[in-house]
Design a protein around this ligand. Structure first.
Ligand code: ATP
Ligand code: MG
Length: 423
């Protein structure tokens, strides 16, 4: 026998036993996004590498070590499997002039790729739902994104399982002033900084504070706070956002250490966090990125968005047993005998046209084994046809989930008989 080929490490199959859970989540999400007036955008999975380097930033985990990049052997271009969705969405918005005298409320969904160490809630191919609201200066739209995500948790039954954390990163000048003070402060701790900290001290000092190393917590807690470097405009933006979230009645916690891993953020940043998934506790993360369209060669336009890890939300829904039962067909069509396969095929089509979902038995099998299958698949009804039914133009309708007597009805009356039994 030939050797089996396995999936790539950290890239998972979603089998039917679980895929309906994805479909459930996707349908809730689509309904939500429609209710808020967001439109879908679909961009390629592969982009030119410089798009990500320029937007995400050279000194970030993603660009430093997580990207799947390769050279296109035909023309030597460096291409990358997208590690996140904002860069591609903004590239498309700029390329197609979507922001010319217009604002956009966009959403995307799809696979993202990062070369990380696979563990629970962390994979090399993972999936995100994301939203980008472009052309709005905020803070009202910033609050809309909080309202939208809070609404999602409510619809899924997760409102008590996640906490909203918010922070502001100010504008570029304020960050630069804070950066000088932060570097000076961190230089005093050279001897205790870990390898990541040393590496980021001058390139991305804000991220030194993003460490999970417990030995550095005291140092981080006493570090100069960006909040103290904000001017009146940034402060007003932040206060306005907070007031709106409070007016919506959504509880939140200010976390001055929330910095986000990507370079392009400014002003509002937020995360929805759970304590129930171990270290992979962030289920949704977002923020404002007002300079990004310009950085990508477009006209200046403000923007804010978030990305949500679908696998992490599903893990939470599974843990909390908040997922619906696997869907089952209305009818399993049992058929055996002379003329039954053709008779069953046309009957199944008629039932589907009448609005029922029908799983038709294909191939051989005794009535007994077919009835077992009907039961196992969770169907509400079995419709049974044998030689007698074929010659009499009838079918037997049997409820599989109630004590109702089975009945023989005219073939044209099967859908009506099922409808009568359903109520
Ligand atoms: P983390 O700190 O967990 O590495 P991140 O800051 O790298 O997260 P973002 O780039 O903000 O994550 O991505 C948004 C969301 O996508 C995350 O909050 C998370 O839910 C999800 N996510 C990110 N990386 C992965 C991954 N490797 N596997 C599964 N989900 C992921
Ligand atoms: Mg990461």
């Amino acid at each position: 026998m030939a050797q089996k080929i396995q999936a790539v490490r950290g890239m998972n199959d979603v089998l039917p036993a679980e895929s309906y859970q994805w479909e459930y989540f996707e349908s809730v999400m689509r309904g939500l996004l429609a209710d808020y007036g967001y439109q879908n955008i679909r961009t390629p999975i592969v982009e030119q590498t410089p798009l990500f380097v320029r937007s995400i930033g050279e000194v970030t985990d993603i660009v430093e070590k997580e990207m799947y990049s390769f050279t296109d052997s035909l023309n030597g271009e460096s291409l990358t499997l997208r590690p996140e969705g904002t860069a591609g969405t903004l590239r498309a918005a700029v390329e197609h002039n979507l922001l010319y005298n217009a604002t956009q409320r966009l959403w995307y969904q799809g696979a993202m790729f990062r070369h990380e160490r696979p563990q629970k809630g962390r994979y090399r191919q993972f999936h995100q739902f994301g939203v980008e609201a472009l052309g709005f200066a905020g803070p009202d739209i910033d609050a809309e994104l909080i309202a939208l995500t809070a609404d999602l948790w409510r619809r899924l039954g997760l409102a008590d399982s996640v906490e909203l954390q918010i922070n502001t990163l100010g504008n570029r000048e304020e960050r630069a002033a804070h950066r000088v003070a932060l570097i000076a402060y961190l230089e005093g701790f050279q001897s205790i900084l870990d390898e990541d900290g040393k590496r980021r001290l001058y390139s991305n000092p804000l991220r030194v504070l993003d460490t999970k190393n417990p030995a550095l917590q005291e140092m981080c807690d006493a570090a100069p706070r960006l909040l103290d470097y904000l001017g009146s405009e940034s402060r007003a933006q932040y206060e306005g956002w907070k007031a709106m979230i409070a007016a919506l009645g959504i509880p939140f916690r200010e976390n001055p250490r929330l910095v986000r891993g990507l370079d392009y953020y400014n002003h509002s940043v937020f995360e929805w966090v759970t304590t129930e998934l171990g270290a992979q506790g962030t289920v949704c993360a977002g923020g404002r990125y007002d300079g990004l369209t310009e950085q990508l060669g477009g006209k200046p336009a403000p923007g804010i968005g978030f990305g949500m890890g679908i696998e992490r939300v599903l893990l939470l829904l599974q843990d909390k047993q908040l997922l619906p039962a696997a869907p089952a067909p209305d009818v399993y069509l049992v058929q055996q005998g002379e003329g039954a396969p053709v008779y069953a095929l046309t009957l199944a089509q008629a039932l589907r046209r009448a609005g029922l979902s029908v799983l038709q038995h294909c191939g051989d099998g005794s009535f007994k084994s077919q009835m077992k299958k009907a039961d196992a698949c969770g169907a509400a009804f079995a419709v049974i046809v044998g030689e007698n039914e074929v010659s009499a133009a009838t079918a037997i309708v049997k409820s599989l989930r109630s004590e109702a007597e089975q009945q023989t009805v005219a073939v044209a009356g099967v859908a009506d008989a099922i409808a009568a039994l359903k109520v």
